[in-house]
Ligand binder design. Sequence first.
Ligand code: ADP
Ligand code: MG
Length: 240
Amino acid sequence: MIEIDGLQKSFGSNRVLDGISLRVPEGKVVCVIGPSGSGKSTLLRCVNGLESYEGGDVRVDGLRVDRTQKEIRAVRQRVCMVFQRFNLFGHRTALENVTEGPIYALGVAREAAEREGMALLAQVGLAGKEKSYPAQLSGGQQQRVAIARALAMKPRAVLFDEPTSALDPELVGEVLRVMRDLARGGMTMMVVTHEIGFAREVADHVVFMDRGKVVEEGPPAEVLVAPRAPRTQDFLRRVL
Ligand code: ADP
Ligand code: MG
């Protein structure tokens, strides 16, 4: 579903992605871990066309992601991103946040979008919160609205950029639970996270990045339990 080959990206003279290659097959979950500044967010942003790149190739569902092409809109409909800070519209209710995309970007009729939106909010455990505004919801609830909003676009894959790292510790579990259910339901997911327990349980494949390169990758039982590269060992010692 997601194919990245030799991806290179610089900001000025700062080479942020230095030949990244990885695959996210349909229905699989790939977790990306690595220290702050290693290029994880930039990698996700290249996958859904929020960022341009100089070298290599990114494909989603067979479509080349290239910000200069008009197909970028088609790519954005295939992959949705869930951010660390939920980025909800503050002056819209939970339900309006979820139905906005389908109504205005996909042209879905309001009634159908609302029916689907109610079902999605129920799916993320927020039945009854449809009319709440973001400020009336906890961080965990807001992040679950953001996940429902992403799903409302009927994406082929969802990208998560440290979706729980802005949350109070007691709210992390409810968001991870929704993500785990989504993974079990067969959603293709690329997840940047420091939640090693989640990665160990849910990921099919784990990628450890450092300074713009893939240092080590493999099944969670290898990369997270018995890492070979000293840099991976070092990183895991610090986050666990
Ligand atoms: P991570 O998500 O792993 O913490 P990022 O992808 O956010 O890493 O950042 C990787 C590097 O790219 C950092 O050195 C960061 O300062 C730099 N960077 C990210 N975005 C920009 C930008 N828009 N302009 C300039 N430098 C950037
Ligand atoms: Mg980041």
